[in-house]
Design a protein around this ligand. Structure first.
Ligand SMILES: *[C@@H]1O[C@H](CO)[C@@H](O)[C@H](O)[C@H]1NC(C)=O
Ligand SMILES: *[C@@H]1O[C@H](CO)[C@@H](O)[C@H](O)[C@H]1NC(C)=O
Length: 428
């Protein structure tokens, strides 16, 4: 108002009234907020289906750019398996194209970055530079994981990384400060409580204040550090992971559920009969207790990849005889002959997660690892498309009803939803 240069009570009063009318109008015409629908596009499977199948994807995260690239004083190159503009050309106009930094095993660059205010500033400045150079809409920080339990957890004990717990929200804050509110900042975060070292009621609000959303990795929830069979992306453990973040103070609208477009298997303990209780049965030793090395007793492959020859018989049997575990929510098969446990989501198992988790908790959206991994039949993508469309139809309808009834607050997603409150604790 000062800039207009016409002082006086009457004018400012009118101006305020006008402003209120304008705000009111724009709120009236505002669209309902639809679900976030995010795909990781990976260097391993840089495959994108025909445009109509990806028409409603809202964000794509290109995985990965290495974290250490951002610690150089003046980096001139930003190595990535594709370019932002190349990726952008394969999706609908308006799809946000982000660069995912880090990934499993790539933690050193983050540790170095987080150490001091100076190193954080340098990292953040370079993130800003990279965004400018590549034209990305933002970054997704995939530090797996701040505080430890990464690939190197046997060689670098978590105690040596305890300082990262406090430094992690600071690093995010430094990045936000450089990129501003108009660019996106998100993070991929662990789905297993044992890996949530840096995600506590103290830190989550600090993290939440900086990020647009968190991608909660509700897959690989069984890995080679386990010793009892379970579903790697089961409905119940996925919901538990989401609940853990909500309980730490993450608003549901900033939480995205992770979907896995790949299959996992692992060996059960030699001679162990798991037929009575296939879920919850003892597994073989899968990780070297000293080095943390892979003992070759577990593996994964995407729907895109040919089934490895030595697994073909067992997997064919799994596809034929696999069942859905109604109690814990997950598709599985125990191959008695090969003492092998298979765990994966069918398209139907993915669909169950929408009413079972996304709607139940009023989440902001979903993401999948990863888009190309579901080629070339795209069955899991199609299932996700269907469910996102259902959610969005509902959201639009509730928006219209809400508008007629003068009901709900603008900007609130799915007014009927629980909005992050957890009322059904005993269900777990
Ligand atoms: C199995 O793993 C749990 C932690 O996931 C651990 O506490 C337990 O000692 C392990 N049991 C055996 C027999 O290795
Ligand atoms: C994308 O959204 C539109 C509008 O809601 C819908 O008609 C269409 O079926 C959706 N496409 C896919 C592939 O889900």
């Amino acid at each position: 108002m000062h800039a207009i240069g016409i002082p006086g009570f009457w004018f400012s009063h009118t101006f305020v009234l006008l402003a209120l009318v304008v705000v009111g109008l724009s709120a009236e015409t505002q669209e309902p907020s639809l679900g976030r629908y995010i795909m990781y596009l990976t260097g391993q499977h840089n495959v994108v289906p025909e445009p109509f199948l990806v028409a409603n994807i809202t964000h794509v995260a290109l995985a990965f750019m290495r974290s250490e690239a951002f610690n150089d004083v003046d980096p001139s190159e930003w190595p990535l398996f594709t370019t932002v503009s190349e990726a952008r050309s394969k999706f609908a106009a308006g799809t946000k194209i982000m660069v995912a930094i880090g990934g499993w095993g790539n933690t050193d660059g983050f540790s170095q970055a987080a150490k001091s205010e100076e190193s954080r500033e340098l990292f953040a400045k370079n993130v800003g530079k990279m965004i400018k150079v590549t034209g990305a809409d933002g970054v997704d920080i995939d530090w797996e994981y701040p505080g430890g339990n990464g690939e190197d957890y046997k060689t670098v004990p978590n105690s040596e990384k305890a300082w990262e717990i406090e430094a992690y929200p600071k690093l995010l804050a430094n990045i936000r400060k450089v990129i501003g509110p108009s660019r996106l900042l998100s993070a991929a975060v662990p789905g297993l409580p044992r890996d949530m070292l840096a995600f506590t009621p103290t830190t989550v609000p600090l993290i939440t204040a900086q990020v647009d959303f968190l991608n909660i990795m509700t897959y690989d929830l069984f890995n080679r550090r386990d010793n009892i069979t379970k579903h790697h992306t089961g409905l119940k453990i996925s919901l538990e992971a989401i609940n853990a973040y909500l309980e730490c103070g993450l608003p549901a609208t900033k939480a995205n559920l992770g979907l896995a477009y790949y299959v996992k298997w692992y060996k059960t303990a030699p001679g162990m009969d798991c037929s009575e209780k296939p879920v919850g049965c003892k597994t073989a030793l899968m990780e070297d207790p000293k080095t943390g090395g892979d003992l070759g007793q577990a593996g994964a492959f995407s729907w895109h990849d040919p089934v490895p020859a030595e697994l073909a018989t067992s997997f064919a049997l799994a596809l034929e005889k696999g069942v859905y575990d109604e109690a814990d929510g997950g598709h599985y098969f125990w191959d008695k002959e090969e003492e092998r446990f298979w765990t994966w989501d069918t398209p139907d198992a993915i669909k169950m997660k929408f009413p079972g988790i996304v709607e139940k908790r009023g989440l902001g959206g979903v993401f999948a690892w990863g888009l190309g991994e579901d080629g070339l039949e795209w069955q899991h993508l199609k299932a996700t498309n269907d469910e996102m469309e259902k959610l969005n139809v509902k959201s639009r309808r509730e928006y219209r009803l809400g508008k007629l009834a003068g009901g709900w607050k603008q900007g609130e997603r799915r007014p009927g939803g629980p909005g992050g409150k957890i009322e059904e604790r005993d269900e777990l």
